[in-house]
Design a protein around this ligand. Structure first.
Ligand code: CTP
Ligand code: MG
Length: 271
């Protein structure tokens, strides 16, 4: 197997920055630049793949905008080029645009393409081994975890939600005035539901065909393979393959990986 790894890293970390500001951190930056055990999240993610014999090339999709790409290269290109990474412009609005752009840079000699979110730096190596082993026999393999919570479908949030109890709102009862409160319409049977993670790995032909479709709207790559009517195999994921969306996720991941935050490390080991 000769694998090209595509790492979409063109997102704008909107939810991360918004949640950091809500915590009082006004200088929050891209989640991919944040410290994870002494290195930026993005570098940790790339390093997951650098020592694998089956990985031939690593392609990072950075910002679509020229100025933002210059800043991205200034922050990351030195380290990433030492690691043998190719940086290409991604897509402005959607992850699938970034993956589609990176796919055009996959060398002809690659037999497989793995797509892995830059925001998932904690994947344990045994999970990667499981995936790559399965991909030797199956054209589309993804990791996923069972869902522990009870899953509800809800009605769309009403635009205006007058509190049921006017007195409660006068008294400042937060629950009564929650702006996005919505009604449950159904409890979904979770027995056969799983939560998809990445890396998702495909034969090169299959992912190429998937991205030749006219409707590419999707939140993961496997969905485009499913749209072709081709089977996708699910194998066991790992909680440490979680995606960092908010600062709380980054703190949780540090704890799971037993890594200290920069402020908890000795001063000479902070950067
Ligand atoms: N991504 C990308 N191109 C986009 C949007 C997202 O390459 N146009 C990447 C992100 O950089 C991330 C992965 O896709 O590694 C998953 O996306 P997500 O977690 O949503 O990250 P962001 O889009 O950056 O975050 P947010 O949605 O909060 O802005
Ligand atoms: Mg996003």
């Amino acid at each position: 197997m000769n694998v090209a790894v595509i790492i979409p890293a063109a997102g704008s970390s909107e939810r991360y920055v918004a949640a950091a500001r809500a915590e009082g951190n006004e200088s929050a930056r891209s989640k991919l630049d944040e410290d994870l055990g002494g290195r930026p999240v993005l570098h940790r993610t790339v390093e997951l793949f650098t020592n694998r014999d089956d990985v031939q090339t690593i392609i990072v999709a950075g910002p679509a905008d020229d100025d933002e790409m210059d800043a991205f290269r200034a922050r990351h290109a030195d380290k990433l080029s030492i690691l043998g990474v190719t940086i290409v412009p991604g897509g402005q609005a959607h992850r699938y645009q970034s993956v589609g752009a990176a796919l055009t840079h996959v060398p002809d000699s690659c037999t497989h393409v793995a797509v892995h979110d830059a925001a998932r730096p904690g994947v344990p190596h045994p999970m990667l081994d499981r995936l790559f082993d399965a991909a030797a026999h199956q054209p589309a393999v993804i990791p996923a975890l069972p869902i522990a919570d009870t899953i509800k479908r809800t009605a769309p949030a009403p635009e205006l939600n007058p509190p049921a109890d006017p007195l409660a709102s006068i008294l400042g009862d937060a629950a009564a005035s929650t702006p996005d409160a919505r009604k449950v319409s159904e409890t979904v049977d979770r027995a056969d539901l799983v939560a998809a993670q990445t890396p998702q790995i495909f034969s090169r032909d299959l992912i190429t065909r998937a991205y030749q479709q006219s409707d590419l709207a999707s939140t993961d790559d496997a969905a485009l393979v499913e749209r072709l009517g081709e089977p996708v195999l699910v194998i066991e994921g790992d909680v440490r393959a979680m995606k960092i969306t908010t600062p709380a996720d980054l703190r949780a991941l540090r704890a799971m990986l037993n890594l200290k935050g920069p402020a908890e490390r000795a001063t000479h080991k902070r950067f």
